[in-house]
Design a protein around this ligand. Sequence first.
Ligand SMILES: [Zn+2]
Length: 128
Amino acid sequence: MGCGCGLLGILGIALVFLSLSIAYTRGWRNPAWDVRAYGTCQIHLRSLKYALESYRRDFGKPPARLEDLSRYVLDPATLHCPFEARGGKPYVYHPGAVGTQPLITCDNHGQGELALQGDGKVHLPAVR
Ligand SMILES: [Zn+2]
């Protein structure tokens, strides 16, 4: 009999493959870690900033509901987090927000809450 190193090596390689496949599938097993949806959500929030500005210019006040912005966005999907269709929560809209207060927030992502602030900046959770 050998020292068992061959068997250990095979186990080690199997372990590496296992952890790689876990990391790869984490995105769809736990939607909170889907980085593509996270990026799309940021793009939505930034687009909504311009939609809100256009609405304010036309009506002199912020819309009562996010749905009122539908004619100010090219794609109605912009009004929703990509996760909403997969069981995620809708955007939360706070019409009176000013300065750094959250204006539109999304809490569907494992990294933390994304927020479009009253001053138009997008607040991202700190990278861990
Ligand atoms: Zn989102």
